[in-house]
Design a protein around this ligand. Structure first.
Ligand SMILES: [Fe+2]
Ligand SMILES: [Fe+2]
Length: 143
C-alpha cells in the first residue's frame, strides 16, 4: 500500500487519512479501524477491492461496518463514474438498505476527500493498536 500510486498520496497514506478523519470526527474504534482497512485488497484486486476488504473484516465487525466497506467502492462511483461513462447514481439501487446513508457519509467524509497531502494524517503506528484489537476479537461465525 506504500508503493507508487496514481493519486497525490500513496494508498497507505489514503487509508491513514481516512482513519485520521474518522478519528477527528469522533468515530468509535471499530469504525476507525474499518476506515484504516477499507482499501486493503486494492493492490491485489482493484475492481473488487471492497469485496476483498469486507471479506477479511466480516467476522470481526458489525453488519453495518461490513456493509459499508463491502459497498464503498460502488458508492465512491458517485464521485468519478461520470468520467468513465457510468451512472454516478448506481449506488441508488441500494437506497432501501438501512446502511445506505451511512455508506454515503463514509465516502463523503472519510474516503473521497482522503487524498490531501496537507492533511495532518496520523502514522500507521498510531492506529496499530486499534487494528490489533480488532483482529484479536473472537471471530463472529456467519454462513
Ligand atoms: Fe476503495
Ligand atoms: Fe478509499
Amino acid at each position: 500500500m506504500d508503493g507508487p500510486s496514481p493519486y497525490r498520496v500513496t494508498r497507505l497514506e489514503h487509508s491513514l487519512q481516512s482513519a485520521s478523519r474518522a478519528e477527528d470526527d469522533g468515530a468509535d474504534e471499530e469504525t476507525i479501524a474499518c476506515a484504516q482497512l477499507h482499501d486493503i485488497g486494492d493492490v491485489l484486486c482493484p475492481p473488487n477491492h471492497s469485496e476483498a476488504a469486507a471479506a477479511v473484516l466480516r467476522p470481526f465487525v458489525s453488519e453495518r461496518n461490513w456493509w459499508i466497506v463491502r459497498h464503498h467502492g460502488l458508492f465512491q462511483g458517485y464521485y468519478w463514474f461520470a468520467h468513465y461513462g457510468r451512472d454516478p447514481d448506481e449506488r441508488d439501487r441500494h437506497r432501501d438498505s438501512p446502511h445506505y446513508e451511512a455508506t454515503v457519509a463514509f465516502c463523503e467524509n472519510w474516503d473521497q476527500n482522503c487524498f490531501d497531502p496537507a492533511y495532518p494524517t496520523r502514522s500507521l503506528a498510531h492506529f496499530e493498536p486499534l487494528v490489533r484489537a480488532l483482529f484479536a476479537r473472537e471471530p463472529r461465525p456467519f454462513v
